[in-house]
Design a binder for this molecule. Sequence first.
Ligand code: ADP
Ligand code: ASP
Ligand code: MG
Length: 396
Amino acid sequence: MSRVVMKFGGSSVATSEKMKKVSELILKRKSEYDDVVVVVSAMGKTTNNLIALANELSDEPNKRDMDMLLSTGEMVSASLISIYLNSVGHKAIALTGFQSGFKTIGEYSKSRIEKVDTERLESELNDGKIVIVTGFQGMNELGDITTLGRGGSDTSAVALAASLDASCEIYTDVKGIYTVDPRIRPKARKLEYITYEETMEMANLGAKVIEPRSVEMASKYSVPLYIALNTGDVKGTYISTEVDNLEKSAITNISKIDGVLLVSMSEQLGVDSKITECFVELAVQNINLDIISHSLDDEGKPITSFTSTVDNKSKIDSILNNMDIKHRFTEDVSKVSIIGTAMRNQVGVAARAFKVFLSENVDFYEVSTSEISISYVVDSVNALKIVNALADEFNL
Ligand code: ADP
Ligand code: ASP
Ligand code: MG
């Protein structure tokens, strides 16, 4: 039996006209596959608008109610598409995350999928219906509606594909995965194939084209993933375990994250337990840290620094003040990363990247590496320039 899960992001279902358009592609797939499940995001900027509305009413809206609020966005788009498909003579049904069997665990606003009970879905599919599922949501053990974190509809789609033994097609507003976000580098190249590992790394390092958790899940359950333009008439990007290409260049992608916060602590840390206390407290308060570095200044005093995101600034400030730790913030910084599995076997990649910084006369605050990536923290004003210069150097 052939099955496909198709996911459409917010921009693909932003208006009723766009819903009609994606319905054509849904019906095309229904003529090719036995079963079609569609996962949708909220229309256009709905999620942002709902967040703004809540913020007009409260400085700190409670997360349980926020999840209930945000889940409505996906309910609107799923039901509208089902209404349309039925009106043009096709059997379709819209289901919420709960009705589709998504059981979640963890905190509101960033819940994780524990399992998907597909009984209801299977019975609707057996009945010949196209099932339209609301992305980004499920239900926890208390019976409350939960959401999966921004961009979570990708994860809903992959989880369904894994549970239903289907392939997964993610439709969006670009033609596939590019060497660089085509909105910041129009001459970037679309990739025909890319590995799960590289996609996961680039998603984690800022490429918003797909949500990182969904790629991790696809890799874990070997779900075939395909990313393409929502019209369905241009070949997109296939994501798989290995990409067999002798010509493969050292670097596959360059990604960028803005809104990075650099925190430098010049207290007498390291020698005593204060550094541990500090990181424990940051973790207790759920603050995500990234590049941590520890070095000695000219006088031999330890300096510890880390990066986080600007939205955590006031929380970090009060934690460090409470602990009497002298600190300094550097804002308006970005993280620029070069990514590629071929980096493992090729020497000189870092040297080439460093040369680019030198010739562009751009300084960086921090540099960190993984097996398949190198990330630089730079002033945001220089980020675009360095992304393009690196892309030129690596022919991306
Ligand atoms: P959707 O609403 O369909 O989920 P997103 O806005 O989340 O769409 O993701 C699509 C966007 O991802 C594109 O418009 C593009 O600007 C951005 N993007 C970032 N990096 C890349 C990349 N390497 N390749 C393609 N798109 C990218
Ligand atoms: N609507 C949610 C968001 O905007 C989920 C998604 O689009 O994947 O983050
Ligand atoms: Mg998205």
